[in-house]
Design a protein around this ligand. Structure first.
Ligand code: BTN
Length: 256
């Protein structure tokens, strides 16, 4: 298996780096292949949302991964990728990012990176994933559209507060790819449970309040833990415990 990042396709502009890889069978067969673009015209986010792409201000790339996991274990990969980014930002820039289930990366409670994981099994049933990573690097959050700027930050903004900088996107990219490689090697060794322990250590979970929409209407509760598949375990007000498999929960309190 070639290392993650052994080949990087660098583009000025593309519709979406995730879509580019997903639409090409040869790309999907190449574990470790990366597609990176300065600008995306149709960047996609989780749950059918649009990813706002600001030309040259973000690190936007997608990676083909063939993880050594069964289909039912794939949701946990989403968490593993968030962990890779958090580790990389710590290593490359000395930041202390936290993780918000399933895979947002936060600095001081504000989102600095979003991740979209999509899967297309191969013809022999092997798992093939595209992990799309968007990191807000340059400029102030005020440059982003009004409806999202309140909840996000950029690496430059976070580093300026600490009296540090500038941001080196290439260094961040290489750090993320190295962390993905290191975590992938741990999964090959069967160490998913240890990896998820580290995820929990860095996660915003306990002591927070969340709301979620259930068939019985909006319910509130408290996140307790994550399961070995990467699901979020929540205790609803009233004591019932449920597993949130995918989608979103609304975090009702500021995240720090
Ligand atoms: C989210 O927070 O909703 C996920 C955002 C994922 C954005 C990245 S940018 C690179 C890749 N290409 C896409 O179209 N989306 C992902």
């Amino acid at each position: 298996m070639k290392p993650i990042g052994h080949r990087i396709i660098r583009l000025e502009e593309v519709h979406s780096t995730n879509t580019l890889l997903l639409e090409n069978e040869q790309y999907m067969d190449e574990h470790g292949l990366v597609a990176l673009a300065r600008h995306q015209t149709q960047g996609r986010g989780r749950m059918g949302r649009t990813w706002t792409s600001l030309s040259g201000r973000q690190l936007q790339f997608s990676v083909v991964l063939h993880p050594p996991l069964r289909a039912e274990e794939l949701p946990a990969m989403s968490l593993v990728c968030g962990l890779a980014v958090a580790r990389a930002l710590e290593e490359s820039n000395g930041l202390s990012p936290r993780l918000k289930w399933p895979n947002d990366v936060l600095i001081e409670g504000r989102k600095v990176c979003g991740i979209l994981v999509e899967s297309r099994p191969g013809t022999s049933g092997e798992q093939r994933l595209v992990v799309g990573i968007g990191i807000n690097c340059r400029g102030p959050s005020a440059d982003y559209p009004e409806d999202i700027r309140g909840g996000l930050t950029t690496l430059e903004e976070a580093l300026t507060i600490l009296g540090r900088g500038p941001v080196d996107e290439e260094e961040v990219l290489q750090a993320v790819l190295a962390e993905l490689e290191s975590l992938h090697e741990r999964l090959v060794r069967g160490e998913m449970s240890l990896v998820l322990e580290e995820w929990k250590h860095r996660a915003v979970l306990k002591g927070q309040r969340v709301a979620l929409d259930t068939p019985a209407g909006r319910r509130e509760g408290q996140p307790l833990d994550i399961t070995s598949e990467g699901y979020l375990l929540i205790e609803l007000d009233g004591g019932e415990r449920i597993r949130q498999i995918s989608g979103e929960v609304l975090w009702l309190e500021p995240l720090h």
